[in-house]
Design a protein around this ligand. Structure first.
Ligand code: NOJ
Length: 522
């Protein structure tokens, strides 16, 4: 086995391009802005970047509605900028992963414009048209079918009505989609994140989904015919063959309605390399709060360890992304970073590939918007029960200058007012900041194979703390975390444990409030 495989042993950093860095003063981040910050990322110590969509888009779902899969939206730059981005990331030893949103296009994509133009257009069957809707619901609210007066039929859209679902059962569509992979791999891209991949295929008869108890229309049915159809597997086989015809390419799937069991069923040597199981970001329907306590965390870890180990699939760890309230906003009180430190420790020391969401390394908090300021479609639809995802997409906070060093103009979403104190520059200068802690942990992962590849072994602890070993032959690392305000003494396994990293500089086996310790067996 190779000693360092970038997507398994490395750390992937997600950039939401419109919010990372604006190079041309239009208030929107862009590719040149990202290039200007690559040294920052190299210094932080990440191994790969996942870029959320930068393709031409009418922005009905902020880039996840794509009108051309093989170009760059002029607001973000040009293909030449993109090529420069590939070259500059590679020059720093960083890999680049693109977000492919192939379940649906924008309704402005030429494929859909042709498809909708007449019933006998050669691309009619590239989308899913019916005389009558079934009972399927769009996950952003309302029916999943939109009547199109031009040809008198309904088309299917599992998200907004401006995001028609493509018909993956049509062989020409499959071929065209595989060409998209090819196009970007030829430009040097190292891998892909596949948006809601397990929704590509729908049941051919489009039967009604059976009902179940739920709050929103979308949750009041069992999604057994609109997602997870068996035809997904042969397509993954075909895609993997294509990826494997290039060196060290990677595909990670965004599993829609993820569970560890479902996730592993899509991964393997002839399927996806990895898929998200979102073990730490789910909410209970009857208790709509993100759970967060050591006992719950350990339960999730053990569940996923069992499932992923049994299947021989490598897990991923996600605490935040562009669809969720940020980790710090979920678990921290005000500006206190104790909980974000704990979350970062888990992210970077559990077994699995960590995905850091931009700004997570400085504990960015969500912004709060008034109803009239909301941009995100589901936020507009469900306000005030659900306020959408704008909160976690605010501009990166680089320094304390106007607009946080993100742009010289008013950004597309407001900067969090805490930017004066919470920003990259101030945290770089503070040895005890979350930024510097993250950087140290990233360096330790590079140095210590047990932290990357070691088995996960849970340890017995008093309630309120969490401890585990990461172990390979000849190397053992112990990770201990105190989630609360009490002091703990715990019994270390036999041997001489040396401190690798601690947040309060205490001795091995004693944990101060909120302390995190990493110890290595000598
Ligand atoms: C999942 C993406 O993560 C989300 O941002 C997007 O809105 C939907 N898929 C639709 O593409």
């Amino acid at each position: 086995m190779k000693d360092f495989l970038w997507w398994r042993d490395g750390v992937i950093y997600q950039i939401y391009p419109r919010s990372f860095a604006d190079s041309n003063g239009d208030g929107l981040g862009d590719l040149a802005g990202i290039i200007s910050r690559l040294d920052y990322l190299a210094d932080l110590g990440i191994d790969a970047i996942w870029l959320s969509p930068f393709y031409p888009t009418p922005d009905k779902d902020f880039g996840y509605d794509i009108s051309n899969y093989v170009d760059v939206d002029p607001r973000f730059g040009t293909l030449a900028d993109f090529d420069r981005l590939v070259a500059e990331t590679h020059r720093r030893g960083i890999r680049l992963i693109l977000d492919l949103v192939l379940n649906h296009t924008s309704d402005q994509h030429s494929w859909f414009l042709e498809s909708r133009s007449s019933r006998d257009n050669p691309k009619r069957d590239w989308f899913i048209w019916r005389d009558q809707p079934n009972n399927w619901q769009a996950s952003f609210g309302g029916q999943a079918w939109e009547y199109d007066p031009v040809t008198g039929q309904y088309y299917l859209h599992l998200f907004t009505k401006e995001q028609p679902d493509v018909n993956w059962r049509n062989p020409d569509v499959r071929k065209a989609q595989l060409d998209v992979f090819r196009f970007w791999m030829e430009r040097g891209v190292d891998g892909f994140r596949l948006d809601v991949f397990n929704a590509y295929f729908k049941h051919p008869g489009l039967p009604d989904n059976p009902p179940k108890f739920g709050l929103r229309g979308f949750d009041r049915q069992r999604h057994i015919y609109d997602i997870d159809q068996p035809e997904m597997i042969p397509f993954l086989n075909e895609m993997r063959l294509l990826l494997d015809s290039y060196p060290e390419r990677y595909a990670v799937g965004e599993t829609y309605f993820a569970t560890p069991q479902k996730t592993v069923s899509y991964c393997g040597p002839d399927k996806l390399h990895a898929a998200f199981s979102f073990d730490f970001t789910s909410m209970d329907l009857f208790y709509p709060v993100y759970p967060w306590n050591p006992c719950w965390v350990m339960e999730q870890v053990i569940k996923r360890e069992q499932t992923f180990n049994a299947a021989g699939v490598w897990p991923t760890t996600v605490m935040s992304n562009h669809d969720l309230p940020r980790t710090a906003s979920r678990y921290a009180r005000g500006e206190n970073d104790s909980q974000p430190f704990l979350a970062m420790s888990l992210l970077l020391t559990l077994r699995g590939t960590p995905f850091i969401y931009y700004g997570e390394e400085i504990g960015l908090r969500d912004i709060h918007l008034r109803h009239s300021e909301i941009l995100d479609p589901p936020g507009k639809k469900y306000w005030p029960i659900y306020k959408g995802r704008d909160g976690c997409r605010s501009p990166m906070q680089w320094n304390d200058s106007t607009f946080a060093g993100f742009s010289t103009a008013k950004p597309w979403l407001p900067v969090h007012p805490n930017y004066i104190r919470r920003n990259v520059a101030s945290q770089q200068a503070d040895p005890d900041s979350l930024f510097n802690f993250t950087k140290k942990l990233l360096a330790l992962r590079k140095e210590i194979p047990a932290l990357r590849r070691g088995d996960f072994i849970p340890l017995e602890t008093p309630p309120g703390m969490l401890a585990y070993l990461r172990q390979i032959e000849g190397q053992s690392v112990l990770v201990a975390m105190n989630f609360g305000g009490r002091n703990f003494k715990f019994t270390l396994p036999d041997g001489n444990w040396r401190v690798l990293l601690t947040t309060t500089k205490d001795s091995p086996g004693t944990l101060n409030p909120y302390e995190i310790q990493l110890l290595i067996l000598e």
